[in-house]
Each structure stands twice: as structure tokens, then as C-alpha cells.
Design a protein around this ligand. Structure first.
Ligand SMILES: [Fe+2]
Length: 237
């Protein structure tokens, strides 16, 4: 979002693109209990953009878990995204699942790193939780995607994070944003899903920055009490 309703990113009015995605969701009969919003909410470093984001998403009338991305400004995002129904890098236990958002941002850098303190916060929350299954949401991908330029701005310590998640023994799913394209794989026994943007997408496999013509998207994820997962990527044509 931009503070300005007409704010454009790479030729797309971002508010219109997000509204298009929300309209698609509202027109269907699939209903979510929660939304996971995996960072890069704004582009112009303004509080007004966060208020615009909040106003646009509020009608969903569900809890929304947010984590910051490299384009976010923590001091502006945290107050807006900590007010219910939004939460910021929070935990929630529901239906045998622990949902947990982690901060992977490094101020002034496009790439990410989950600090030792943040990994210890994760370990403490897990040790206190009786949930049998865990979903972790984080902005940066913990693994390379095979796109040279993007792989320079992934999570620096992705392997360390994955090993910590594996040691917890109950992490079934990690979801991330940042890469503006589809990703679905398994690492150390953990399903790892990347979801395209609600705005423009990056060309998969490209060595240099490149934007392709794919439409906006979102992903439906169903978490079952036995730990199984069903998901579907929705391209909003
Ligand atoms: Fe990002």
C-alpha cells in the first residue's frame, strides 16, 4: 500500500490489485478463519499506508497474523498491526495447531536473518505450547529458489532456522512471502510454501530482477487436527 489511494508500483495501482483479490475471495464460498500476511505491506514508509491496509482488510472480520517484510517499517507497522483483529509476530493456538509469526528483517537490508533472540523466542514458545503441530510464518525464504538475484536476498541463516524448526519436532509448515512467485517443497521434513503477491509477480528462475505477467494471487490453506495440510494456490485472473 501507499498512503495515496492511487499509488502505483511497476504500473499497478496496488490498492486496486489487493481489492481485486479481496473481491475474488468474497465472491466465492470458501471462508477462512484466519489470514496470514507475510510482509511487505507498504512501499512508501508512511503510517498512512498501514492505515489504508488496515481499512481494506478489516471487512474480512477474521483474525489476521502479520509479520514484517524488508519494505516494512517496524515502528509504523507494529502499532497498526497489533490492534485486533490484527496481530504482529504473534502466537495463537487453535485446533491442535500453534500458529507463530517470526521477524526475519534486518533494518536497511533487502535480505533477511532470524536473530538468535528470535530463534530463542521461538524455542521458548514451543516449549510452553502443548499444540501437536506448528505453522511458522516468516517473510524471507529459508532456501534458494534458483533465481540468482533473489537468492542474494533470501534468509541468510535459513539452514539454521530450518534446523531449529526441525528440532522442535512438531513444525509441519513454514510459509513465506518476499519472492512474488509460487514455491512448494519439503526441507528437513517441513513443508515450505511461498505464495505469490497480491500485486505484481517476479519471473521465476530469472538471474536478474524481472517482473512477469502473472496475475495477483493468494493461497488457501487448511490445517487439520491430525497435522495434515491441504492447500490451493488461487491466481486471480
Ligand atoms: Fe520482501
Amino acid at each position: 500500500m501507499f498512503a495515496d489511494a492511487d499509488g502505483e508500483l511497476r504500473g499497478t495501482v496496488t490498492q486496486n490489485s489487493l481489492q481485486h483479490v479481496l473481491d475474488h475471495y468474497n465472491a466465492g464460498d470458501w471462508r477462512a478463519d484466519r489470514a496470514l500476511i507475510t510482509g511487505d505491506l507498504i512501499q512508501d514508509d508512511s503510517a498512512g499506508a498501514y492505515e489504508r491496509f488496515r481499512k481494506l482488510l478489516l471487512p474480512l472480520n477474521i483474525r489476521m497474523h502479520c509479520v514484517p517484510g524488508n519494505h516494512d517499517v517496524r515502528d509504523l507497522m507494529r502499532p497498526v498491526c497489533s490492534r485486533p483483529p490484527f496481530s504482529y509476530c504473534a502466537r495463537e493456538e487453535v485446533n491442535n495447531w500453534l500458529l507463530l509469526g517470526l521477524d526475519s528483517c534486518v533494518t536497511g537490508e533487502a535480505g533477511g536473518e532470524v536473530t538468535r533472540d528470535e530463534i530463542e523466542r521461538f524455542e521458548k514458545i514451543v516449549s510452553e505450547s502443548r499444540a501437536k503441530h506448528i505453522l511458522v510464518a516468516v517473510h524471507h525464504p529459508p532456501v534458494p529458489l534458483g533465481s540468482a538475484w533473489l537468492d542474494t536476498v533470501k534468509l541468510k541463516n535459513g539452514q539454521e532456522l530450518l534446523e531449529s524448526l526441525q528440532q522442535a519436532g512438531r513444525v509441519r509448515l513454514l510459509v513465506f512471502g518476499h519472492v512474488h512467485q509460487e514455491y512448494d517443497s519439503e526441507h528437513l521434513g517441513i513443508r515450505v510454501l511461498g505464495t505469490p503477491s497480491t500485486c505484481r509477480q517476479f519471473t521465476p528462475g530469472s538471474d536478474d530482477f524481472d517482473v512477469d505477467d502473472r496475475p495477483p494471487a493468494y493461497r488457501r490453506i487448511e490445517l487439520f487436527a491430525d497435522g495434515s495440510i491441504e492447500e490451493e494456490l488461487i491466481w486471480v485472473e
